[in-house]
Ligand binder design. Structure first.
Ligand SMILES: Nc1nc2c(ncn2[C@@H]2O[C@H](COP(=O)(O)OP(=O)(O)OP(=O)(O)O)[C@@H](O)[C@H]2O)c(=O)[nH]1
Ligand SMILES: [Mg+2]
Length: 249
């Protein structure tokens, strides 16, 4: 199993300095920093410390992933934020669960005693609303469908049908696992506060995009098809995962 850790960044120099040294190189096979043209030295930090540093050509964190995936060679992808929200020490736990045979493992901010210290009312309510809606419509039992800190088998990419370039892969993969009986699991993953700087995500436009995605998925019954956003990404073949119960959350 080859693991690529993908880290999107936009002006996160302080987070990089504090968080990156906590990621042990032996945990993963490659670390890719995809930088949205930071002006605070984030990209240079990534280069100097021997990470694979890419400059993003498109704009927005969601569009950073397809670009990073063109370079990533892992058959398991781990997505991580260096702003303080993701706890590096959870990385081996996420990968242990993947090794058990799950297709996706989420570091949930809300399961089994975990908590987010970064939530405001809107983000907590939004996550609860979308997660409950996904659970209701697709028969799943997630507690956190939106958090980016998670690990997933790369072959999920070719099974997402609708374009996720606005909503992000997170809710799309949650729906995919529910609709097609793939194996998803959650581990508790507390979310500390952002270390420094501000959030760059527009919560209103992404909420709208997630709603549209959920409805499209609910009303479409087509089989898996290549998602246009990931059409350029190189395919890898992985063997079938061992038999585990679907959707143990
Ligand atoms: N490559 C790239 N990364 C980005 C872009 N926008 C944000 N990021 C990074 O994506 C990660 C998550 O973005 P955040 O702004 O922290 O989003 P969030 O975690 O939902 O918001 P907070 O809860 O306030 O932290 C961070 O590491 C950002 O630096 C972008 O346009 N391009
Ligand atoms: Mg964040």
């Amino acid at each position: 199993m080859k693991v690529s850790l993908i880290i999107p960044t936009l002006n996160e120099i302080e987070g990089m300095r504090q968080i990156m040294p906590r990621i042990k190189r032996e945990w993963v096979d490659e670390i890719i920093v995809i930088d949205g043209n930071s002006t605070d030295g984030t990209f240079e930090y990534a280069q100097e410390h021997g990470y694979i540093a890419l400059r993003q050509k498109s704009r927005g964190s969601i569009k950073a992933y397809p670009e990073a995936l063109e370079t990533a060679t892992g058959d398991v992808i781990l997505t991580f934020s260096p702003d303080g929200n993701s706890v590096p020490e959870r990385i081996p736990e996420l990968l242990d669960k993947i090794r058990e045979g799950y297709d996706m493992v989420i570091a949930s901010r809300y399961c089994r005693g975990a908590k987010s210290f970064d939530d405001d009312f809107m983000s907590a309510f939004g996550n609860w609303l979308f997660t409950s809606t996904i659970n209701l419509l697709f028969g799943t039992r997630y507690t956190d469908s939106l958090v980016m800190f998670r690990a997933w088998r790369r072959d999920l990419l070719w099974r997402v049908k609708n374009d996720v370039s606005e909503a992000g892969f997170e809710p799309a993969f949650c729906i995919l696992c529910g609709k097609h009986g793939l194996r998803a699991a959650e581990i508790p993953g507390e979310e500390p506060r952002r270390i420094w700087g501000n959030s760059k995500v527009n919560k209103f436009s992404s909420a709208w995009a997630i709603l549209v995605l959920i409805l499209k998925e609910f009303f479409s019954h087509q089989d898996f098809k290549e998602a246009p956003a990931y059409a350029g990404v190189k395919k890898t073949k992985i063997g079938p995962p061992p038999n585990v119960e679907p959707n143990v959350l």
